[in-house]
Design a protein around this ligand. Structure first.
Ligand code: AZC
Length: 833
């Protein structure tokens, strides 16, 4: 189906109009017009931020026609829409990405340069909207890019946090959190739509009544209301007319003043309500895969879910359809359990507000919703105490009890007398302080449940969701994650992109499988040389950046070994450190040791309340302080912790990597997506058989991947037989020396207490089994060292890695979702000139 937009002609500006034209002179004029009329600045008084804003408006003008055309087709009853519900969208900066997707990078660069400015400087000054913690939020952003690029009508629904993920500074080797004021200069990419605001209720009580047809009904009498104001951001597709929308909700008080309180002279009380309402969208919880169980978090979840579902229902009705066919027009994907209260809220809207019968409403709800699980970590499985839930959402708690009672009746029919199973499947955890299990709610209320990599989806069926799998196997499927090659290659790595273009032509950015055409180039010495030179240049740039940022000088001719991701014990950054200390120890023992020089680069944020993770950062910086200054080793070893890892930083670091560290304990990293960004940019992976590493290795070939460590089954077996980390310490001399060196205070100015919590944890508990995997890791790293010194073959492997990454384009992931879960089609849009 292709649709043409027939907006009235006065809505369609002329092509060479200052708002749409792409001629160099037009672009320059438009840029200075926006500086003058929108930003309100004369060129001689304008700052870089002013110029950035003017350019952002100039680019935004050029996508508006497509954006409005896409909005317009959403209203057609036959157009199916994907709604992606996510508490996090880690978009990264928009300007550069939009220049690529709109294919206007070259003319804009020329226009800006002819105006005496530097385009890269303007791109770099954008404050990135860090509205996410890590993998899950960034995945949502890649998926929006692919949905638009595949011309699938879609809306991302989330929260417009005033403060996103904190900025990280390193002070005395420790992480310090700084508030993220991303909105401080305004946000040129968003458009507020207060006319589409919705009302959200909380608290109060419920009241049964009989309606005029004599039916039993329940009414919710809320205790308070807040308004949800939508802010829309355009999501451009690559080289297509589709421009989808990211709709983020901001919480506001319904009235600026409570006039009753105000008239009684309580000015403070009158304004206070407003303040309280607005806290809902104030700040992103900075925890990654660790729940905090705070009431405000549940308020945030319900807030954006209710706003979004009301928006969906409005669109359904405005398109001329009734709610009976909601599932035919909308497919709503829940990104983890954060939006899973949608199951209860959609039921409430359909039954209480739109008067549908329960069974009918349930059929619509389950056919509309689908659930993606992103983690097997028990501490990330959301539960809300029944009392907290009931005080905030009394009607929803009743609905959940009703869903549960009907569901458990079915379970009883299937498994008569199996009380244990009933207890596992129940939406309510009856143990101790009773709680609502959000994953169970999501499973029962969805027609599809997916994991994010093949191994993860299998483990879900075997472990956390085992009982659900036995009961409803038809709902389960896998969709392996992917990342967008537009941001993670074209934008991040223009030099490699140009080299690939020269070899295989263009078109591969939307058909990433075509990178396979590079395979033959791996055997071409000339091409290998060019490939190596590109990597060398980018490494030199990163080395400059590191020197500016940290004062540490690194040699671009050493192996760049990089681990960037959230700091978490299961990701085992400290295993990487054990290897570094092993090399250090070796070089101290034998200074003539033959080895390739290595630069270890780390980046990542720790949840502010996660002491162990923060101590891992301190360990990395402390080891770095000693190693980098020790003349015996510092020509061959450098250790850098680059502060404030975020999307912008990722764009700089992935292209420079030669070795990608993907070293989680097998069975714990659901997928990983950084692993894909590294490989796409020609890094080789050292990794365990975990998450998507398994599939990456299948694609690139075992001979082009450095595998180590226990497999999932071995981990399970070792755990059940009783894991004793101390036995590894005692039986491995080097391991013992390395641990003793850290414990002795060698890296902490003699302080033996600083790293004791880390060391004791490893020796007495070691929940992530670093000691069991240590030797295998070190052996594998030695293999890496030998491989790197055969530099021609290394480059060959690097090319083959990039060439075989087609599967990990998020376009493939989105096609999988569209076919197996959403039944959504491309709707190409033609725009009449
Ligand atoms: C992450 C997983 O840890 C990571 O393996 C995966 O690649 C990513 O999601 C995207 O699927 N999970 C999270 O970021 N957070 C939670 C709550 O799971």
């Amino acid at each position: 189906m292709t649709v043409s937009t027939n907006l009235p002609s006065f809505h369609t500006p002329g092509v060479e109009d200052d708002r749409t034209g792409l001629g160099i002179e037009t672009l320059k004029r438009a840029f200075f017009d926006n500086l003058y009329y929108v930003q309100g600045k004369l060129p001689n008084r304008a700052s870089t931020v002013d110029y950035y804003m003017a350019l952002a408006y100039t680019v935004r003008d050029r996508l508006l026609q497509r954006w409005l055309a896409t909005e317009d087709i959403l209203t057609r009853p036959e157009v199916r829409i994907v709604g992606y519900l996510s508490a996090e969208f880690l978009m990264g900066p928009h300007l550069g990405n939009n220049l690529i997707n709109l294919d206007i990078y070259a003319p804009v660069k020329q226009a800006i340069e002819e105006s005496g400015l530097n385009l890269q400087e303007l791109i770099d000054i954008e404050e990135e909207p860090g509205l996410g913690n890590g993998g899950l939020g960034r995945l949502a952003a890649c998926y929006l890019d692919s949905l638009a690029s595949l011309q699938i009508p879609a809306i991302g629904y989330g929260i417009r946090y005033e403060f996103g993920i904190f900025d990280q500074e390193i002070v005395d080797g420790w992480q310090v959190e700084i508030t993220d004021k991303w909105l401080k200069y305004g946000n040129p990419w968003e458009v507020a739509r207060p006319e589409e605001a919705v009302e959200i209720k909380f608290g109060g009580y419920t009241q049964p009544y009989t309606d005029d047809q004599g039916r039993y009904r329940v009414r919710w009498v809320p205790g308070s209301t807040v308004m949800g104001i939508p802010y829309d951001t355009p999501i451009t597709g690559y080289n297509v007319n589709t421009v989808n929308t990211l709709r983020l909700w901001k919480a506001e008080a319904p009235e600026s003043f409570d006039f009753t309180a105000f008239n009684q002279g309580d000015y403070w009380g009158a304004v206070n309500d407003k303040v309280v309402s607005e806290t809902i969208s104030k700040v992103l919880y900075p925890n990654d895969e660790q729940i905090q169980g705070k009431q405000l978090r549940l308020q945030q979840q319900f807030f954006f879910v209710s706003c979004s579902l009301q928006d969906v229902i409005r669109r359904q009705l405005e398109s001329g359809r009734t709610l009976d066919t909601l599932h035919e027009k909308f497919s709503l994907q829940m990104n983890d359990t954060h939006p899973s209260v949608a199951v209860a809220e959609l039921m409430r809207l359909l039954v209480d507000e739109h008067m549908l019968e329960w069974d009918h409403a349930w059929d619509i709800t389950t056919r509309t919703l689908a659930y993606t699980n992103h983690t097997l970590l028990p501490e990330a499985l959301e539960k809300w105490s029944v009392s907290l839930f009931g005080s905030l959402l009394p009607r929803h708690l009743e609905i959940i009890f009703e869903i549960n009672s009907r569901f458990l009746d079915q379970v009883r029919l299937r498994y008569p007398g199996d009380e244990a199973r009933l207890g596992q499947l129940s939406l309510i955890d009856e143990g101790g302080d009773r709680s609502v299990r959000m994953a169970n709610l999501a499973c029962v209320g969805s027609h599809a449940i997916n994991g994010v990599a093949a191994l993860h989806s299998e483990l879900l069926k075997k472990t956390v969701l085992h009982d659900f799998y036995e009961l409803m196997p038809e709902k389960f499927c896998n969709v392996t994650n992917g990342v967008t090659p537009r941001r993670w290659l074209a934008l991040s790595n223009p030099r490699l992109t140009a080299l690939i273009d020269r070899r295989i032509g263009n078109g591969w950015l939307t058909h990433l499988d075509r990178l396979r055409e590079l395979e033959s180039a791996a055997d071409d010495a000339g091409f290998r040389h060019e490939w190596r030179m590109v990597k060398r240049d980018i490494k030199a740039d990163l080395a400059d950046h590191i020197a500016n940022r940290t004062g540490i000088s690194v040699n671009p001719d050493t192996l760049f070994d990089i681990q960037v991701k959230r700091i978490h014990e299961y990701k085992r950054q400290h295993l990487n450190v054990l290897h570094i200390v092993t090399l250090y120890h070796r070089l101290k023992q034998n200074p003539n040791q033959d080895m390739a020089g290595r630069t270890f680069i780390f980046g990542g944020k720790a949840a502010p309340g996660y002491d162990m993770a923060k101590r891992i950062i301190k360990l990395i910086t402390s080891v770095g302080d000693v190693v980098n200054k020790d003349p015996d080793v510092s020509d061959r070893l450098r250790v850098v912790f680059l502060p404030d890892y975020n999307v912008t930083f990722g764009q700089r670091v992935y292209p420079a990597a030669e070795l990608s560290e993907q070293i989680s304990l097998a069975g714990l990293e659901a997928s990983g997506t950084g692993n894909m960004k590294f490989s796409m940019n020609g890094a080789l992976t050292i990794g365990t058989l975990d998450g998507a590493n398994v599939e990456i290795r299948e694609e690139v070939g075992a001979e082009n991947f450095f595998l180590f460590g226990m497999k999932t089954e071995e981990v399970t077996a070792l755990r059940s037989q009783g894991y004793n980390p101390m036995s590894y310490y005692h039986s491995n001399e080097t391991l013992k020396a390395v641990i003793d060196l850290i414990a002795s205070g060698h890296f902490s100015h003699g302080d033996r207490e600083l790293f004791r919590p880390l060391i004791d944890n490893l020796l007495y508990h070691d929940p992530y089994m670093l000691l069991a995997d240590y030797q295998s890791y070190v052996d594998c790293q030695d293999q890496v060292d030998r491989a790197y010194r055969d530099s021609e073959n290394w480059v060959r492997m690097s090319i083959l890695n990039a060439a075989r990454m087609g599967k990990f384009s998020s376009d493939r992931s989105i096609q999988d979702y569209a076919q197996t879960i959403w039944q959504a089609d491309a709707v190409p849009i033609e725009i009449e000139a």
